[in-house]
Design a protein around this ligand. Structure first.
Ligand SMILES: Cc1cc2nc3c(=O)[nH]c(=O)nc-3n(C[C@H](O)[C@H](O)[C@H](O)COP(=O)(O)OP(=O)(O)OC[C@H]3O[C@@H](n4cnc5c(N)ncnc54)[C@H](O)[C@@H]3O)c2cc1C
Length: 387
């Protein structure tokens, strides 16, 4: 079977690439080892920028149609905790949505097929030959390609076959708790409950998705910490919810997300996720679409174009990594003690830093805008008194 582009992995990176190419009339197939619809461990929190990107990709559908089909809730209440003490409880301007990844990824996949794309799911690959541009499955299925997009997740098989590795991962544990066993309102983020990381509560229609994640360290007993966390926040009947674990890229990424001149890595496979928040839904879709654009621009040698288009993504990751310093005590405690007193600051951070991507480095933006805003909030009571 020959396709102009073979995409390995049918998550948001793979379908983002596949849809973009199909829309441009390029023959593609997606090969995935799991059978769709398939589950994927994920908090499923979707920011405004992700929604806008998906709306662009599916331009022939209305925003309402897309999000009515995949959203499990729209949330404007954001609560931040300093350990178990509420530090901020704010109404944000740019709402978050939540999704079940099984439905979300399948929705994208169905759209890809509607655009004429071919999915080979439940198919295990056994070898890749980048010289011959050939992939072989365990049952002898053979695919040849002009370009290949590797979008097979944080533990990428393609990357491992080619001997490429990335360091720095966030390890996460997660459960989905029935509403009978927990009561909560809003989106909750708990700081200082685990090393450099956080715990979360994301409401999704009939469950609460509760998880914890931090920079991977051998000495961290994430399971014990998570159990203690769940007990402290009052989850009932814990024995009903076995923990599931997975990795998110945590700052390590491929400096050159390519191999040769026609193999491109996208999404988690390239290490493209936010190393502070773990947000990967935006970056996977974005980089998948960029990989497709590179193929469209240079059909036989897309690598050079793609490397250039990934520079802003990499710059953003580097810049976010630098902000990790703010998440070390005692600076960390300073932020948390102060944010509650300044809900506008949390709102600003959420609406501008998390919900939008304006192509600017986070640190640069933080240094330029945030202290000014923060100071103005601090000075507000005085200026009121003056009047
Ligand atoms: C616990 C947890 C919580 C998270 N919460 C959030 C969140 O709330 N918001 C957010 O934005 N991000 C979150 N993320 C990150 C997000 O899930 C990922 O960044 C995103 O799924 C990456 O998309 P992708 O398409 O690159 O890879 P994936 O979604 O992982 O898709 C990869 C695909 O490749 C397939 N595949 C794997 N190996 C092979 C193989 N050998 N051959 C063929 N196919 C293969 C898989 O079956 C899968 O379908 C979370 C991650 C974790 C682990």
């Amino acid at each position: 079977m020959h396709y102009h582009v073979v995409v390995v992995g049918g998550g948001p990176a793979g379908s983002g690439a596949g849809i973009t190419l199909q829309k441009a009339g390029v023959s593609t197939c997606i090969v995935d080892c799991r059978t769709f619809p398939r589950t994927k461990l994920c908090g499923g929190l979707v920011t405004r920028k992700t929604k806008e990107l998906l709306n662009t990709l599916m331009e022939d559908r209305s925003e309402a149609d897309i999000w009515d089909a995949v959203s499990t809730g729209t949330h404007t209440r954001l609560k931040l905790y300093n350990r178990f003490e509420l530090a901020a409880d704010v109404r944000i301007g740019e709402a978050f949505d939540t999704v079940y990844r099984k439905d979300y990824d399948n929705y994208l996949m169905e759209y890809y097929k509607e655009k004429g794309g071919t999915l080979y799911d439940g198919m295990t690959l056994q070898s890749i030959d980048t010289q011959a541009k050939k992939l072989v499955g365990t049952k002898g299925e053979t695919f040849t390609y002009d370009s290949l997009i590797a979008a097979d997740g944080a533990n990428s098989w393609v990357r491992r076959q080619l001997g490429l590795s990335i360091k720095g991962r966030l390890f996460c544990l997660e459960i989905n708790v029935s509403r009978d066993d927990f009561d909560y309102d809003g989106v909750g983020i708990y700081f200082d409950v685990i090393g450099v990381g956080y715990a979360w509560v994301f409401p999704k229609r009939d469950v609460y998705c509760i998880g914890i994640g931090s920079v991977e360290r051998p000495q961290t007993d994430t399971k014990a910490i998570f159990t203690d966390f769940l007990q402290r926040i009052g989850v009932r009947n814990l024995e009903r919810y076995p923990f599931k674990g997975a990795y998110v890229p945590g700052g390590g990424f491929l400096k050159k997300p390519v191999f040769g001149d026609a193999l491109l890595f996208a999404g988690d496979a390239a290490g493209f996720a936010d190393p502070l928040t773990g947000e990967g839904l935006y970056w996977s879709l974005y980089s998948g679409m960029q990989a497709a654009q590179a193929v469209l621009q240079s059909p036989l040698h897309p690598a050079e174009v793609y490397v250039k288009s990934c520079l802003p993504i990499q710059q953003n990751i580097r810049s976010v990594l630098r902000t990790r310093i703010l998440f070390h005590k005692p600076l960390y405690q300073f932020w948390l003690r102060n944010v509650g007193a300044h809900p506008d600051f949390v709102r600003y951070f959420s609406d501008h830093q998390l919900s939008r991507y304006e192509g600017e480095g986070l640190v640069r933006d933080l240094l330029r805008k945030v202290p000014k805003r923060y100071l103005s909030h601090l000075l507000k009571p005085f200026s009121k008194k003056d009047k």
